[in-house]
Design a protein around this ligand. Structure first.
Ligand code: F6R
Length: 593
């Protein structure tokens, strides 16, 4: 959802550093890219539409003079991805440049007024009003900082932005409101970014800005102020993520690396058990659980429902964050509302969290340290997946699931569950070793136009997640369905052109899903079955089968059965010539509603 970066260095190398930083943020948007640097000769900007490598080759983005500057990767919201709409944006005289992540809701009225006052706009973006407003107030005699503060007062919406000006060429200023922004402290060098992986190779000393905090950085340091203009003594966090964690490490794509990192992600998340026990020990008696999340995190929540209801007997709802406000009136004050989010910055989830905070106890399960959700929720559990760069969530899904299983084990004092979870990393390694077989399957099915994914109970979320992965990185239509619902409509779509992926682990749902497999078989579908290696009947019914160790119970199957589905989508994506790390129209962190 757009990424911004900035740096003040000791050397004249700001442009190559900014280019490197935006490249590491490309998962946030890849419609266009731009860099502005400031030196004694003023502000120089290079920007264009397209992926960073293409634009950089064309324009030599790293060849700009200056020790300081700002950069941007864009995921278009206002205005098409064009050269004019690419950031940085400037004022009328090109003396002020701005990069922005977020959405300005009142930009039209601001723009109309500024145009009436004689300002000349060159883009269709909401961002450009920031540059012109600062120009206006600066020309009225305010300092740049005062002009920025006046500007902030006029803006409605979400924003993290950074500003440079040739009038004060040694400074970068900016603010954060409802869009992520961190500052990095190097050795006499200073950085800013939307997300830590952008600057990990320069520093792991991070300041997390809170909403409404502004910052000014120059070559002497960083000052953070609150909305009343008082200097804030910010805590400097030493983050544990390393630069290597945010690199491909020999894999062709981040997504493949992250799929293979899943056993480790589970192991690391299992270490959180003592933290979870501490949190649980403070819980009052809850009468109800409500999960709130989006996308893949919503699928993890669906597994949570089966666990909380099945093992703890606690009535559990699962709600899409974007729908939460329409049903929150009935929220039970004796509820625990659990928010699941990889980024901790998803706008829909944060909005729901604000509403829930007024009515019930809240818990956030989040991967990104310092993210907004971690500051807003009453309790926080961290998933220990490490940075996830591929746009499609994989290892963070598995870590979210691990956290939910741990939470249920701790709340219900289920020692046996904790013990069984210890075996998951080894099982996962075994399943990952099927990759060659899955690659061949991907080749066989890559030209299909539609897929169905079916499962019941614990396998229903797995089917949903399998379908989502397929849609987002292969652009093939995939539908995740509760297997029993197929006969209530979608069966009409099934024929020999439509592969059906059936998730059929051994357990309570097995026989009924098997009969659904027989139903689709009778309509000519090609069935890819996921089941136990000793399930001969399923093997007989299936055209292709992915076989799992029989000891993986239905209860634990969501942690394991999804892995080959991630690999299947990954290999179909590659076989279709798509870059699975950068699927079209998507971005890693969705900071708009
Ligand atoms: C799918 C995917 C998205 C996210 C969703 C929520 O692979 O990544 O569906 O799961 O945008 O994001 P978070 O978990 O950051 O709140």
């Amino acid at each position: 959802m757009c990424g911004i970066v900035g740096c003040i260095l000791k050397t004249n190398k700001a442009a190559p550093v900014l280019l490197d930083c935006v490249q590491r943020l490309e998962y946030r948007g890849y419609d266009s890219v731009g860099i502005a640097t400031c030196s004694s000769s003023g502000i120089r900007i290079k920007k264009d539409r397209g992926k960073i490598d293409e634009v950089s080759q064309k324009l030599q983005l790293d060849e700009l003079p200056g020790e300081m500057g700002i950069g941007h990767v864009r995921w278009a919201t206002h205005g098409l991805p064009t050269q004019e709409n690419a950031h940085p944006h400037t004022d009328c005289e090109g003396k002020i440049a701005v990069v922005h992540n977020g959405i300005l809701e009142n930009y039209k009225e601001l723009k109309d007024r500024l145009e009436r006052e004689g300002h000349h706009f060159t883009s269709q973006t909401d961002t450009e009003v920031i540059a012109h407003l600062i120009e206006k107030y600066h020309k009225q005699g305010l300092s740049l900082e005062e002009a920025m503060n006046q500007t902030i007062d006029k803006l409605h919406g979400s924003y993290a932005f950074a500003v440079i000006s040739s009038d004060e060429p040694n400074k970068i200023m900016g603010v954060r409101k409802e869009s992520p922004l961190i500052l990095g402290l190097g050795d006499g060098e200073y950085f800013l970014a939307s997300d830590a992986p952008a600057i990990l190779q320069h520093t792991r000393k991070i300041i997390y800005l809170a909403d409404h905090e502004t910052f000014i950085m120059d070559d002497e340091g960083v000052t953070v102020k609150d909305r009343d203009g008082k200097v804030v003594d910010k805590k400097i966090e030493n983050i544990k993520w390393t630069p290597e964690m945010a690199q491909k490490g020999g894999y062709d794509h981040f997504m493949l690396k992250e799929i293979h990192e899943q056993p480790k992600a589970v192991k690391n998340t299992l270490f959180e058990v003592s933290e979870i026990e501490k949190i649980v020990s403070k819980f009052p008696e809850f009468k109800r659980i409500t999960f709130v999340a989006c996308g893949t995190s919503y699928h993890a929540s669906m597994v949570g429902k089966y666990l909380f209801e099945g093992l703890l007997g606690l009535p559990t709802d699962v709600m899409l964050a974007s729908e939460f406000e329409f049903a929150a009136d009935a929220l039970d004050p004796e509820s625990l509302v659990i928010f699941i989010s990889q980024s901790g910055e998803t706008a829909d989830t944060l909005k729901a969290l604000k509403i829930a905070n007024k009515k019930a106890e809240t818990l956030a399960i989040v991967n990104v340290l310092g993210s907004t959700a971690t500051r807003e929720a009453d309790h926080v559990i961290f998933t220990r997946a490490g940075p996830e760069i591929g746009v499609a969530a994989t290892k963070t899904y598995i870590s979210q699931l691990t956290c939910i299983y741990l939470l249920v084990a701790c709340m219900g004092r289920k020692k046996w569950l904790l013990e069984q979870l210890q075996n998951i990393p080894d099982c996962m390694e075994e399943v990952l070793s099927y990759e060659d077989e899955i690659r061949k399957m991907a080749d066989k099915y890559k030209d299909s136009n539609d897929f169905f994914f079916i499962g019941r109970g614990f396998s229903y979320p797995t089917a949903m997640e399998g379908a989502l992965k397929l849609k987002e990185i292969t652009y093939i239509h995939g539908e995740g369905y509760a297997a029993g619902e197929l006969k209530h409509g979608p069966l009409a779509l099934i024929d020999d052109e439509v592969p059906v992926v059936a998730v059929v682990p051994p357990g309570k749902s097995h026989d009924r899903t098997l009969s659904n497999v027989e139903e689709v078989n009778a309509r000519g579908a090609r069935v890819i079955a996921l089941g136990a290696s000793d399930d001969d009947v399923l093997n007989f019914e299936a055209h292709d089968m992915i076989k799992f160790p029989p000891e993986i119970s239905e209860l634990l199957s969501p942690l394991i059965y999804v892995v080959p589905l991630q690999l299947l989508s990954y290999h179909i994506s590659v076989a279709r010539g798509i870059d699975p790390d950068k699927p079209k129209n998507l971005a890693k962190c969705v900071t708009v509603e």
